[in-house]
Structure formats: C-alpha cells, structure tokens
Design a protein around this ligand. Structure first.
Ligand code: HEC
Ligand code: HEC
Length: 249
C-alpha cells in the first residue's frame, strides 16, 4: 500500500501521513480485531462495568445506552478503538478539539468526568459495545450514484486533487487501524458530513500532523456528501489495508 500512487506523487505532502501509517501498522498486534476481548487487552485496564454506571448518568442521553447515538449527527461510540476515544476525550478537555458542535456538548460533558481512571472506565465501556451495523446501500438512483462516487474515493482517492484513498488509514472495511485511525464503518451520515466539513474548514484541528485537515481541505461539498453516503454502509470487520476487489462492497 505504501506504493500507492498518490502517496508517492508528492513525497513531502504525505510523508508524515505515511510515516504514521507505517508506525500504526507495526503497532497492530496480529490478533487485533474489532470484536472486543482483544480490545480489553489493548485498552490498558479501564473497567467497563464501572464505566457503564458512569455513562448512565453522564453520557447515554446523547450517545445511547448501547453506544449508538439516539441523536442524528451525534457520533456512535460503540466498538470504537479505545485509544482513539481516550485521545478525543483528552482533546475536548484541553479544548484542542473545540469545533462548533463540540462547543456546548462535549466541552461541557468532559467536565463531568472525575479524573483519568473514570475516563478510562468510560472508554472501556463504550469500546466494548457491539459496533454500529452497516446501513443499507441506498436504492434511489440519485443516492446510489452518490454512494458509488463515495466508494470510488474511499478506495481510490482522487488523483486530480491528490486526495489519498481513505482505506489506506481507515482500513478497507472501515474498521480503522488502532491506535491512531478511528473506525468509520456504520457511523451516521450527518456526523460524517459535519466532521469532514470541520476538518475542511480547519475548525476541527486536533488531527495529528493536520492529516485530516489536509485531506478534507481538498474535498468539495459534493465529495464530502458522497463519502458520507458510502461510509455508513461499510461493515467494519477486521482491519486490513486491502481487500480483494470481489469482497469490496
Ligand atoms: C449533550 C450531549 C453529549 C453528552 C452528554 C456527551 N456527549 Fe460525547 N459527543 C457529543 C457530540 C455532539 C459529539 C461530537 C462533537 C464534535 O463535533 O466534536 C461527541 C463526541 C464524543 C466523542 C468523540 C467521538 C469521535 O468519534 O470522535 C467521544 C469519545 C465522546 N463524545 C464521549 C462522551 C462521553 C464519555 C460522555 C460522558 C462523559 C459524553 N460523550 C457525553 C455529545 C455529547
Ligand atoms: C494518512 C492517514 C489518513 C487518511 C488517508 C485518511 N484519514 Fe481520516 N483520519 C485520520 C486520522 C489520524 C484521524 C483521527 C484524527 C484525530 O486524532 O482526531 C482521522 C479521522 C477521520 C474522521 C473523524 C472520525 C470521528 O469519529 O470523528 C473522519 C470522518 C475521517 N477521518 C474520514 C476520512 C475520509 C473520508 C478519508 C478519505 C477521503 C480519510 N479519512 C483518509 C487519518 C487518515
């Protein structure tokens, strides 16, 4: 995958991204998978039972008891990699992530978490839940065309504007690659549009080396909508960088 063309086309542009990717690949234990148990090992000791009790009073009103958000446009947390969840909570706490939606929601919600141990328990709880299911592929002609356009970008990038394939970092199944690259599979469309737009505008600026700001900065509104139409239909599954063409949905 390092030989993928657009990574090579402008060495400097994506050098930092590629470095992070290769480090992440080295860090993926051979047994890593999105189904948990394994995650308990990676996650470094948070207690999901205690986290569940805390989440009940502090988080589930917005993120759901099963980690699937009842509010359209709020993220599903279920099955997300624990290292990513923990990083985001630290970023909200330090206001490094303070995009327009975070203001008045997470910036306040993190203040209710009492210390690092409680934060790790919450993370252990949400990451242990069954991830969101793949949404059905749209059937209306116009939506299906959007979906196909999104699929092409996800697996092939956009050569003309140097947009890399999303699968390089988020995995061909959308499962992400821990520790840095979050799971996207099954995530809700509205949330994806919001976050890609925030990265595009630079109002979300907590991505390492500005990777996502660089990529989303090259996407226009239609491309963002196309990606947000395709990504929720991904099933997740074990992180992998390439899938045989026959298995790509
Ligand atoms: C008032 C509603 C609300 C409450 C309460 C709330 N959240 Fe959130 N949460 C949000 C919203 C909205 C976002 C997206 C913020 C953004 O756009 O940056 C979010 C984002 C997150 C993210 C980042 C997810 C990602 O994919 O990047 C994490 C982690 C998170 N919340 C955990 C929690 C935890 C743990 C609690 C309980 C202590 C909690 N939230 C309570 C609304 C809420
Ligand atoms: C070079 C690696 C890389 C590539 C390629 C990449 N991403 Fe990302 N992406 C990241 C990283 C790292 C983060 C986590 C940012 C952070 O730490 O908050 C991320 C975060 C995201 C998020 C936010 C997830 C959340 O839960 O809030 C979305 C959405 C996203 N990427 C979509 C995409 C799409 C769509 C593409 C393809 C056009 C893409 N990414 C390509 C590295 C990459």
């Amino acid at each position: 995958m390092m030989g993928r063309r657009w990574f090579g086309m402008d060495g400097r542009q994506f050098a930092s991204g590629v470095l992070v990717v290769s480090m992440a690949l080295l860090a993926v234990p051979s047994h890593a998978g999105p189904k948990n148990g394994v995650i308990g090992v990676i996650n470094g000791g948070g207690n999901p039972e205690l986290g569940k009790a805390d989440a009940k009073t502090m988080c589930i009103v917005c993120h759901g008891a099963d980690g699937i958000s009842p509010v359209n446009g709020f993220p599903d947390l279920a099955g997300q990699w624990p290292q990513y969840l923990l990083k985001e909570l630290h970023n909200f706490a330090s206001k490094k992530r303070d995009d327009p939606l975070a203001k008045g929601t997470m910036i306040d919600a993190v203040k209710t978490i009492h210390g690092e141990t409680e934060m790790q328990d919450l993370v252990a709880f949400f990451s242990s839940l069954a991830p969101p299911k793949a949404k059905p592929v749209p059937t209306k002609t116009k939506d299906l065309a959007m979906w196909k356009a999104g699929k092409n970008i996800f697996y092939g990038g956009i050569r003309a504007t140097d947009v890399p394939a999303c699968e390089a970092c988020h995995s061909a199944t959308g499962a992400g690659i821990p520790p840095e690259f979050p799971r996207l599979a099954g995530q809700n469309k509205t949330y994806l549009v919001e976050q890609l737009t925030y990265f595009h505008d630079g109002t979300r600026a907590n991505d390492p080396n500005g990777i996502m700001r660089d990529i989303a900065g090259r996407l226009d509104k239609q491309e963002i909508l196309a990606l947000a139409t395709f990504i929720p239909t991904l099933s997740g599954g074990a992180p992998t960088t390439r899938l045989p063409a026959s298995q790509r949905r």
